[in-house]
Design a protein around this ligand. Sequence first.
Ligand code: NAD
Length: 346
Amino acid sequence: MARVSDTFDPWASEKIVLVSDATAGLKAVIAMDDLTLGPGFGGVRMRPYPSAAAAMEEAARLARAMTYKHALADLPYGGAKSVIVTGEQRLDTDARRALFEAFGDAVADLGGSYIPGVDMFTTPADMAVIRERGAAAYCAEADPSPWTARGVYAAMRAGVQGVLGSPTLDGLTVAVQGVGSVGGELARLVAADGADVIVADVDTARAEQIAEETGGRVVDVKKIVTTQCDVFAPAALARVVTREIVPRMSCCLIAGAANDTLDRPAVDSDLLGSGITFVPDFVANGGGVIHEHARAMGWSDEQLAEAVDAIGDRVLELVEESREYGGSLVDAALARGRRRLAEARG
Ligand SMILES: NC(=O)c1ccc[n+]([C@@H]2O[C@H](COP(=O)([O-])OP(=O)(O)OC[C@H]3O[C@@H](n4cnc5c(N)ncnc54)[C@H](O)[C@@H]3O)[C@@H](O)[C@H]2O)c1
């Protein structure tokens, strides 16, 4: 369960709104990290938290990541995220509707400065209830996962080109952790590009199925992070790359879909010191938010594909910039995000 860290600074966000509605049983935090580029867009996460401070910290931390995700994806949104604090018990349909009606009223009160979308344990149906209350809410009915996978694949290819000088994944070994909606599609894309695929999933039947489809093999979930490979693609859980695990990793590139791949910021320097290039998750997995924006704006699939594939160009530029200034791709991405925000502020 998320606990408050010593370094949490509640004043670092542009605005944090606490919402409560005793009748609907709503306790929520809406964090708007930085609204320079436009209204804050970010998902609604719904889960138990041990305290209001822990809920605030998670919302604020995720909202900061959204600021950079949008800035790096050239999208016209600020960074935001919200969390709804639940108990351990499941809500029945009426109680859930009442909760999202109250939450929708709170979002409407913000006058368009926050646009919610789906995140862990919230659904398109919840977003529809928010919209009924007069608030904007994004969530295309279509699943963004294939587009997220396409963006991660573009990021991986660019990383391989920038770091190994190889134009394709042919002959390389790619280890995918978690072969759900994004990881499964990613495994197919890299296999079609000539890579040898290794997969792991707690759902072993699913891992076997994807291995069969891709001509790959399955390893134990406990071994996938340190398995012998060229590229490691985390597509399951957050914080799988820890300080302790870095010395045992054998890959030269990490490019995946999972948000918050690094256990803490210092892991980025550890990876750099170990000669492992980490493509920032908030750059590689931007296909999901690009998809939401595209559907909201009525883009064609061709326009969407072009914008998602541009993630690869961006990664190549970040590789160049990181070489020029020294430092990691995360450093280069954050510097680029800060530049975009500064330019927008004028
Ligand atoms: N779906 C998107 O468009 C999108 C966009 C941005 C980021 N992400 C992130 O990408 C990741 C994957 O998303 P998804 O939509 O494919 O989720 P998913 O639930 O469809 O797939 C996750 C897979 O990981 C497996 N898994 C869970 N714990 C595991 C473990 N310990 N070891 C190995 N496998 C494990 C699950 O069984 C499942 O098959 C998540 O971290 C998500 O936050 C997804």
